[in-house]
Design a protein around this ligand. Structure first.
Ligand code: SF4
Ligand code: SF4
Length: 228
C-alpha cells in the first residue's frame, strides 16, 4: 500500500474510487504534504527517477538522502527519504516547491490518494485521504487526476514492482525471516537487485526484469538451508 501522509494531521482513507467517479480535488500548492514528512518510502523506480534527475547513481542517492532498513512485516529491504535535519521537512522542499517535481516519488504524485495493488491480479485500487486538501472543483474524475499526475505512464512498473516484492517477501517470511542464518546476506543481495544495480543510461524496467531473473535462483540457493 502506498499511503498518503500529512503526518501532523488526523485523517482517514475514504472508500475505493472508480475511474470515472468524481474526484473533486486540485492541488493549490500549499506545500503541507512536504512539511514534516518522514514517511516517504521509495520503490526502486522512485529511486532510479530521483537519481536520474540529480545525475547521481542510485547508490549515492540512497546513501546521501535515504535511510535503509528492513521492513518488519515484509522482511524486505526498504529505503525511506530522510527529512532535512534542520526543518524536518522533505529535503527536496525548496522555496515552497518540490525541487524534483518531475521525478517526485509515487506517493507524492498520488497525494492525496493512496494506492494498493493486488499482488496476484496486479489490480490497483485508489482511496483518497479525507478530508481532502486543496480546492474542490466540480466535474473532475479520478481518471482526470491520475492522468494529470502522469500515474498511468508508470502504473505498469509500479504494479510489477508490487507483485515481485510480494513474492520475495513471502519467500523470506517462509524461511523464518531474520532468524535464517543467511537472511542478512540475502537482504543485501535483494537491495542491490531492487534498488542499487541500475545504470542510468538504460531504462529502468528491462534492468528490473534482468535483476530479478538473476536474483530468484540465487536467492533460492542462498536460502535453501532454512537453519531451523
Ligand atoms: S519529494 Fe517533492 S513532492 Fe515529495 S515530499 Fe519531497 S518536496 Fe514534496
Ligand atoms: S497536495 Fe494538498 S497538501 Fe500537498 S501541496 Fe497540494 S493542496 Fe497542499
Amino acid at each position: 500500500m502506498v499511503e498518503p501522509g500529512r503526518s501532523s494531521e488526523n485523517w482517514a482513507l475514504g472508500p475505493v474510487l472508480a475511474m470515472e467517479e468524481p474526484f473533486p480535488f486540485v492541488c493549490v500548492g500549499c506545500g503541507d504534504c512536504c512539511r514534516q514528512r518522514r514517511d516517504l518510502v521509495l520503490s526502486g523506480y522512485d529511486l532510479y527517477r530521483i537519481a536520474r534527475r540529480l545525475r547521481l547513481s542510485p547508490r549515492i542517492v540512497a546513501h546521501a538522502f535515504c535511510k535503509s532498513y528492513v521492513a518488519p512485516q515484509s522482511c524486505l529491504p526498504a529505503l525511506r527519504l530522510t527529512p532535512d535535519p534542520k526543518t524536518g521537512n522533505c529535503r527536496f522542499f525548496e522555496g515552497n516547491a518540490c525541487a524534483i517535481h518531475e521525478a517526485r516519488p509515487l506517493a507524492c504524485a498520488l497525494y492525496p490518494l493512496g494506492q494498493s495493488i493486488d499482488p496476484v491480479t496486479a489490480q490497483t485500487e485508489y482511496r483518497a485521504q479525507l478530508p481532502l486538501c486543496g480546492a474542490c472543483p466540480e466535474g473532475r474524475t479520478l481518471r482526470d487526476y491520475l492522468e494529470d499526475s502522469a500515474i498511468p505512464e508508470r502504473a505498469g512498473i509500479d504494479a510489477r514492482w508490487a507483485v515481485v516484492c510480494t513474492g520475495i517477501s513471502r519467500q523470506l517470511q517462509a524461511i523464518g525471516g531474520p532468524d535464517h542464518p543467511h537472511f542478512a546476506a540475502a537482504v543485501r543481495r535483494i537491495e542491490r537487485a531492487l534498488y542499487l544495480d541500475y545504470d542510468l543510461g538504460d531504462e529502468f524496467y528491462p534492468q528490473f526484469q534482468q535483476n530479478t531473473q538473476v536474483l530468484m535462483p540465487l536467492l533460492a540457493r542462498m536460502l535453501e538451508n532454512n537453519g531451523c
